[in-house]
Design a protein around this ligand. Structure first.
Ligand SMILES: O=C(O)CCC(=O)C(=O)O
Ligand SMILES: [Fe+2]
Length: 374
């Protein structure tokens, strides 16, 4: 097969029904669909999942209220305060591929106490407590978000064990990538993409890969602007395929770390968000990024697959074009360092303040606005 041959391309994102797992006779169908989605698409919708609809509804109600907090209350918890890159970012504070993203967001992570001690690798400073808005201003929000994060974290672990099954790996085949619960932290964001005018810059978030293992995006349709393009996914031929919100589902996708350790069996797929245009309300989303242990050296952990799985990968064909920046550091650096570099590139102001040495290595002349950020 020549490099330009695309054996199995996709024009839509498969929808997987999680409730198939409840019945022993339907379970194999779910596993087969998961195998196809992981190898050939890198994206899937998950319907009938176990995260409580009442908690998702409650979070959905909070989201517009969160962004409507007084600017001062939001700035009090700005990301620049946090060596963990957690907190509020104003519109235009984040970069992808060196270009400003048109989104406003709160980065919030699962509960964690920073473990870093003087003399240890600096990337252990990456994980630590979230910054929360004043409880009096938005009562109950923190509790709802923490409950949501607990559930989505559990679902993400469940999906990684199903992935092991779909790939014919030994049980616990991915266990060594994760630490114990209290030594792991997963990150989430609550994002608002404002409506832009025709002719304005519409990079909600530029083309990119996610860094970790698995991402789950809740995109509450109730909060979506009237018909407009939002999340788009790049297929093997380089075409952008729409991934519109589907009620009651999560969009799940593969990150670069999982692609790396599976030798490309699981596909990390380039994606972007186009800002809403000609709409009356912003677009909101809540991505959750499942991480792996910070100290894991991915190059030492590449997995072995049964030959039939490698055959499916080879039949897929190669990616013809991608507009996304690659994570080239995985083959030499621990996962924590790769993540820290990614965070500094996305938020140079936070990086310069808290990691001045590494910042200088990444942006030797200082940040000029033309960096090669993810
Ligand atoms: O907002 C979305 O739908 C996806 C955002 C995304 O891809 C990201 O934050 O990595
Ligand atoms: Fe993403």
């Amino acid at each position: 097969m020549s490099d330009s041959t695309v054996a199995s391309d996709f024009s839509s994102i498969p929808i997987l029904d999680y409730s198939l797992l409840d019945s022993p006779s339907h379970r194999p169908k779910f596993i087969a669909q998961l195998q196809h989605a992981l190898i050939n698409v890198g994206f899937l919708y998950l319907s009938n999942h176990p995260v409580s609809p009442a908690d998702i509804d409650s979070l959905t109600q909070y989201i517009p209220k969160l962004f409507a907090l007084p600017q001062e209350a939001k700035d009090n918890i700005r990301m620049a305060n946090s060596e963990h890159f957690l907190g509020y970012s104003r519109l235009g504070a984040e970069l992808t591929k060196g270009k400003v993203d048109q989104r406003e967001q709160f980065d919030i992570a699962t509960r964690h106490v920073c473990r870093w001690k003087e003399g240890e690798p600096e990337y252990y400073r990456l994980w630590g407590p979230s910054q929360w808005p004043d409880e009096d201003l938005i009562p109950g929000f923190r509790d709802t978000m923490e409950r949501y994060l607990d559930q989505i974290q559990n679902l993400s672990y469940k999906l990684s064990s199903l992935l092991v099954e779909a790939f014919g790996l030994p049980p616990n085949g991915l266990a060594h990538f994760y630490d114990t619960d209290e030594r792991m932290q997963h990150r989430s964001k609550i994002v608002r993409y404002p409506v832009v005018k025709e002719g304005d810059d519409d990079q909600g978030v530029g083309p990119h890969y996610d860094a970790g293992f698995l991402t789950f995006v809740a995109c509450p349709p109730l909060l979506q602007a009237s018909p407009h393009r939002g999340l788009q996914v790049q297929n093997l031929s380089g075409e952008w395929i729409d991934a519109p919100p589907i009620p009651g589902t999560f969009v799940v996708n593969i990150g670069k770390a999982l692609e790396f350790v599976t030798r490309g069996v699981a596909r990390a797929t380039s994606h972007r968000v186009i800002s809403p245009k000609g709409a009356t309300t912003p677009r909101y989303s809540v991505p959750f990024f499942q991480n792996i242990g910070l100290g894991v050296q991915l190059a030492n952990q590449v997995l072995d697959f049964p030959p039939e799985i490698l055959k499916l990968r080879n039949q897929r064909g190669k990616v013809a074009a991608t507009d996304s920046v690659n994570f080239s550091e995985f083959d030499k650096e621990p996962s924590g360092k790769v993540n820290l570099i990614g965070r500094i590139k996305s938020h140079p102001d936070v990086g310069e303040r808290h990691y001045p040495e590494l910042f200088k290595q990444i942006f030797p002349p200082g940040f000029t606005g033309k960096g090669s950020a993810y």
